[in-house]
Ligand binder design. Structure first.
Ligand code: P6P
Length: 336
């Protein structure tokens, strides 16, 4: 009998379908098909990211997005790839992209029952120097009786039905949840399939790493300043944490998911609501972290309980190992 790991490949599609049959017997299969469209987008982007320098796809697209950020050529390409893949799936009613100022309402003949919020190429400022970047997505089901309107996406993250990210780095790994735990799938570029490589990811209850942009330290509030001081100058016999910060959320969160520790983008005196966007950065990552046994907070409130005011609203976020995040919350309670 040959090695089953080599002859009984569990692809993402097979695994999601198995999950659907086992846990969602009444499911129509629409979410599975939608996730297939997202997979296509990630495979296409992975291919373009890998050869960006070879096909002069690095550099600027001479345009800027709704965030006022200069768009990279790959930002524009990735966004169009995902919008087309989602529309042609016929499973989507509303799309929100980091790259588009307004939500996209899918025309009737292609409309489905899901809403997808996504950042097609997060961390794209790192493209030109080859640092890992990624795609982040979250999925809501339209509300009962709705055919797709803005209120279907301006909802707490706790109402998401699925979320995930795909890293584009030394390998392309899709990490995803449909509400029954978290699994990781690595892209085998030779057969074009995401293969189950990280079943049932569990974040360690405490880590040894902290990830934050220390360049913002002078702007931090008291709770934040005291927390990071506590992990850098701990009382005996505790040892200091190690600093790890890529500046690409998908890379920093992926390390936190696998190794434990804490990833933070706090609010500060120059960014009152922090930098990261609630719908397509904070919520999907918070959903994944909680499903893997971790915790995600704004410092004062469970991240997934936040009610976004607009599709590009921002929030402070601290996520990762449960005990590490609980320590941050204790510092914020003490300063309340
Ligand atoms: P800073 C990338 O631009 C991004 O949106 C996230 O991927 C990343 O975590 C954050 O911004 C980095 O921001 O201010 O530390 O460069």
């Amino acid at each position: 009998m040959s090695d089953p790991s080599k002859t009984n490949l569990i692809t993402l599609t097979r695994h999601v379908f198995q999950d659907q049959v086992e846990h969602y017997k009444e499911a129509s299969g629409d979410l599975t098909l939608l996730l297939t469209a997202i997979q296509l987008g990630c495979k296409f982007v992975a291919s373009n990211v890998r050869k960006a320098s070879l096909i002069s796809m690095t550099g600027l697209a001479n345009s800027s997005n709704v965030q006022g950020e200069e768009q990279k050529k790959l930002d524009v390409i990735a966004n169009e790839i995902f919008v087309n893949a989602l529309r042609s799936s016929n499973k989507v009613a509303v799309m929100v992209s980091e790259e588009d100022e307004e939500a996209i309402f899918v025309e009737t003949q292609h409309r489905g029952k899901y809403c997808v919020v996504f950042d097609p190429l997060d961390g794209s400022s790192n493209i030109d120097c080859g640092v890992s970047i990624g795609t982040i997505f979250g999925i809501y089901k339209v509300k009962e009786g709705s055919t797709g309107q803005i209120s279907d996406v301006l909802r707490p993250g706790s109402e998401m039905v699925a979320a995930g990210y795909c890293t584009y780095g030394s390998c392309s790994t899709m990490v995803m949840t449909t509400g029954k735990g978290v699994n990781g799938y690595t892209l085998d570029t030779e057969i074009g399939e995401f293969i189950l490589t990280h079943p049932d990811i569990q974040i360690p209850s405490r880590g040894k790493f902290y990830a934050v942009n220390e360049g913002n330290s002078m702007y931090w509030d008291a709770a934040c300043t005291k927390y990071f001081h506590s992990v850098k100058f701990p009382q005996e016999p505790k040892k200091p944490y190690s600093a790890r910060y890529v500046g690409s959320m998908v890379a920093d969160v992926h390390r936190t998911m696998l190794y434990g520790g804490i990833f933070c983008y706090p609010a500060d005196s120059k960014s009152k609501n922090g930098k990261l966007r609630i719908l397509y950065e904070c919520f999907p990552m918070a959903f994944l972290v909680e499903q893997a046994g971790g915790r995600a907070t704004t410092g004062r409130k469970r991240m997934l309980d936040v009610q976004p005011e607009s599709i590009h609203s921002r929030s402070p976020i601290f996520l990762g190992s449960k005990e590490d995040v609980e320590e941050v919350e204790a510092f914020y309670r003490a300063e309340a």
